[in-house]
Design a protein around this ligand. Structure first.
Ligand SMILES: Cc1cc2nc3c(=O)[nH]c(=O)nc-3n(C[C@H](O)[C@H](O)[C@H](O)COP(=O)(O)O)c2cc1C
Length: 211
């Protein structure tokens, strides 16, 4: 099938792109508004942007239901701080609950039965139940689109502190995927596990070493 995004029927673009760009990692973003109200929501448009400085990105879309802006985005713009927590198999239900659209003063930690734990470098809390949390300070916001539903903002944040459960990391800093058991998002209501893995050694570099 050949699909031109300019003439594709409504809904086709997200179905095709979200069905092919899989599995997507999930940033479970905890933030706080200026008054101190906690907020939590999952974002699967999520990846590593750089290691130096360590930078993660995720994208907050304009809300499809009412064209509004998500609380996560408003909080991060107001406070410049947030935490990206990793979603594991046993936290999947809580993550899903935390995606409920609540009014800005609603606290998804309470709704999902999760524990906000104090962070070290930022005021936003991390999720105590998550085995990996990355405290972030906002570095850049890149707008995409014209502000109508489907448009988004790329939110880039520098990682200023990491919390990694001792059980999932070894003394050489390798993370054990079998113990982390992160989940990824597919299209629609689909999710993937990350415990079914295989390894391939990378071919040696064919670039000459510098004189
Ligand atoms: C697994 C999953 C992944 C999601 N990924 C995104 C995403 O990448 N971008 C986005 O804007 N919304 C995404 N959503 C929807 C938001 O989580 C949802 O709009 C949430 O209510 C936003 O909360 P907030 O207004 O408190 O920020 C996702 C939902 C789920 C369940």
């Amino acid at each position: 099938m050949q699909i031109d995004p300019k003439t594709a029927p409504a809904g086709a673009i997200s179905k095709v792109i979200n069905g092919c760009v899989v599995p997507r990692p999930i940033a479970w973003v905890s933030s706080m508004d200026a008054a101190g109200v906690h907020n939590l929501a999952p974002f699967s448009f999520f990846n590593v942007a750089a290691h130096n400085p360590p930078t993660l990105l995720f994208c907050a879309e304009v809300r499809g239901t009412d064209g509004g802006v998500k609380d996560t985005y408003n909080n991060i713009l107001a406070t410049k701080e947030y935490v990206i927590n990793i979603v594991t198999e046993d936290l999947a239900e809580a993550m899903n609950l935390s995606s409920t659209e609540l009014p800005p003063d609603g606290d998804e930690f309470v709704l999902a039965g999760l524990t906000p734990a104090p962070s070290v470098r930022v005021r936003a809390p991390r999720i105590a139940e998550s085995p990996a949390s990355f405290e972030c300070v906002l570095s850049q916001v890149v707008p995409i689109g014209d502000g109508t539903p489907g448009s988004s903002w790329i939110i880039l944040g520098e990682v200023v502190h990491m919390h990694i459960a001792d059980e999932i990391i070894n003394e050489k800093f390798y993370i054990d995927a079998q113990k982390l058991r992160a989940i990824g998002r597919l299209s629609g209501f689909g999710y993937a596990r990350t415990a079914d893995t295989f390894e391939m050694k990378r071919p040696p570099s064919q670039l000459g070493s510098k004189p």
